[in-house]
Design a protein around this ligand. Structure first.
Ligand code: SF4
Length: 156
């Protein structure tokens, strides 16, 4: 099969069924608990083709919760590097944006941005599942338009 067809097929697959990987870099688990219902029957992201995967090597979109910490930043950077291009990053909650309540701790670096480029921020502590779903859809659109790497935000 010609490479152009493979690329076109990959692009269509990514749009129709983006695969998502979730990493917690130091969250209190409040945001993680809000991600769960997105993939359960109530909000059911799978009906839109969004699948949660167990490896960053298979993921198009990275969901990050929590501030970046001294203990997690190397692993987070490694996880991001393992994702194939094109890729998008959704930062969920106030912690990955600013460090939030953990800012100032000697073990917390703060925002994830110096380590991992964020495409969509979801404000809130924690944000609601609807806002997370909207952010994933926004990330899918950015991937389709080839516009990852520019910061976006959604209202929660
Ligand atoms: S944004 Fe709030 S709920 Fe989410 S990890 Fe930080 S402190 Fe917890």
């Amino acid at each position: 099969m010609p490479i152009q067809w493979i690329n076109k097929l990959s692009k269509i697959s990514r749009q129709k069924s983006p695969w998502v990987y979730h990493v917690n870099t130091g969250a209190c688990n409040g945001c993680d608990i809000e991600i769960e219902p997105c993939f359960c029957p109530r909000y059911d992201a799978e009906q839109m083709g969004v699948l949660l995967r167990g490896s960053p090597k298979h993921a198009d979109i990275l969901l990050i919760t929590g501030p970046m910490t001294l203990r997690t930043f190397e692993a987070a950077r490694d996880i991001y590097a393992q994702m194939p291009k094109p890729k998008a990053v959704v930062a969920i909650g106030s912690c990955p944006a600013t460090g939030n309540v953990f800012a100032g701790s000697p073990t917390v670096l703060g925002s994830v941005e110096p380590i991992i480029p964020v495409d969509v921020y979801v404000p809130g502590c924690p944000p609601r599942p609807q806002a997370i779903m909207e952010a994933i859809q926004q990330a899918v659109q950015l991937l389709a338009d080839g516009k990852t790497g520019r910061k976006q935000g959604i209202s929660s």
